[in-house]
Design a protein around this ligand. Structure first.
Ligand code: SF4
Length: 407
């Protein structure tokens, strides 16, 4: 009798368990991408079809994504020891999916001065962080060179710290405040210590969807211009997508294909990070404009689809543990993902929206979560160039092991 298959058992399945159950078109597409290890071997029609799969075809997508992950990036699951610094929650933009921002007259606003930001970076360095991730709200009347001054303050206090900072929205704001051309502004930030840029503020790169999410946010064209220009200036970035609100699977595919196109041009993306919408405390959900976040099937499908469509282009797929619970982040790591993101130390944005995963995952927690799913924990730096494998009783940094794993 054929075995009953379901989402709950997908991590135990092999290709041989699912291949005969797949519809011919899905099987042919997945077999081709497994053979070529290149998402570019899929037609756009096949990409859209994969985004719509359900039932056994969805299980096939998840299994294929996990196989591709093993082929492309091996069995390491990486993480970075970092600290989030959200230096202010005052913001005039008013994104409807954001429960973090406050108006200037709200009673619980805060604004960390340059010394306070630098102090947080020093504290993080002392307990082993290699990166600070600095982003904040956009307050009116910010001093024009404030973002540059944050970089100077942090680098002066901790010269060795990698600064991953400022969303494309903050970059557009900095350009507006200073009147500098975009490339000059980014180069100025780079020369003052900006190492990499978060590819946040992408949400869904479709202006109709963006208009629903936030009327004041930068446009798709502005986001891609900031990212392309940053890459040209030698500043690498992450890439992100927020899913589970008003968008459809077609939007996921268009976004992944756009990111692939940019990556083919610039090679500047370090990873892709799917961000599940946390709905509870948001205006977007309360006004009935969005669904209540992604389903289990959507979480798994988005991570697997990213692995398949971005194969050969962006090979690091990250789970955002702050948006997912423990179990779900482990499941997504078995559906094509290979990176756990950062320890964060203080996470505010998802928590204010209603996420319950906590503010900090310690390196030891990451290691046991990774070992629980039979993979190898490895601490990385921001750009995945340096890595140290962490196993019980073994803690070694090995360029050779990394090179072999990623060859
Ligand atoms: S997401 Fe960022 S830009 Fe939008 S309201 Fe929140 S803090 Fe402001």
């Amino acid at each position: 009798m054929p075995r009953e298959l379901s989402l709950e058992v997908f991590p135990t399945l092999d290709w041989s368990d699912v291949e005969s159950r797949l519809t011919p078109a899905v099987r042919s597409a997945l077999e081709r991408v497994l053979e070529t290890q290149d998402g570019a071997s899929l037609s756009s029609g096949e990409c859209f079809a994969l985004a719509q799969v359900s039932g056994d075809d969805l299980l096939g997508l998840l299994v294929a994504a996990n196989m591709l992950r093993a082929e492309l990036v091996g069995n390491l699951v990486t993480y970075v020891v970092n600290r989030n610094i959200n230096f202010t929650n005052i913001c005039f933009v008013g994104c409807k999916f954001c429960a973090f921002s406050r108006g200037p007259r709200d009673s619980d606003t805060y604004f960390l001065n340059l010394d306070q930001v630098a102090e947080k970076a020093v504290d993080a360095w002392q307990i082993g962080a290699t990166e600070v991730c600095i982003q904040g709200g956009l307050p009116r009347e910010l001093p024009p060179f404030h973002y540059r001054d944050i970089l100077r303050a942090v680098k002066k206090a901790v010269p060795g710290m990698h600064i991953h900072a400022f969303s494309p929205m903050e970059i557009v704001y900095g350009v507006e405040l200073t009147g500098m051309p975009l490339a000059d502004y980014l180069s100025m930030l780079r020369d003052n210590g900006l190492d990499t840029l978060p590819g946040t503020a992408a949400e869904i790169l479709d202006d109709e969807v963006r208009f629903v999410l936030s009327r004041n946010k930068l446009s798709t064209a502005q986001w891609t211009e900031v990212i392309r220009t940053a890459h040209r200036c030698g500043i690498r970035t992450t890439s992100t997508m927020m899913y589970g609100h008003v968008e459809t699977p077609e939007h996921w595919v268009r976004q992944m294909l756009l990111l692939r196109e940019i990556q083919n041009e610039t090679g500047g993306f370090t990873e892709f990070v799917p961000l599940g919408f946390v709905h509870q405390n948001t205006l977007l959900f309360r006004q009935g404009l969005a669904r209540s976040g992604p389903t289990l099937a959507e979480h798994l499908k988005v991570h697997a689809l990213a692995r398949v469509l971005l194969a050969g282009s962006i090979n690091n797929i990250q789970v955002s543990w702050v948006k997912l619970n423990r179990k779900l982040s482990q499941l997504c790591l078995r559906a094509g993902a290979n990176d756990y993101g950062g320890t964060l130390m203080e996470e505010n944005i998802s928590r204010e929206a209603g996420a319950t995963a906590g503010q900090y995952t310690s390196p030891e927690d990451f290691q046991s979560l990774i070992l629980e799913i039979g993979r190898i924990p490895a601490e990385r730096n921001t750009t995945y160039r340096r890595m140290s494998i962490k196993l019980p009783g073994i803690d070694f940094t090995s360029e050779q092991a990394f090179a072999a794993e990623f060859a």
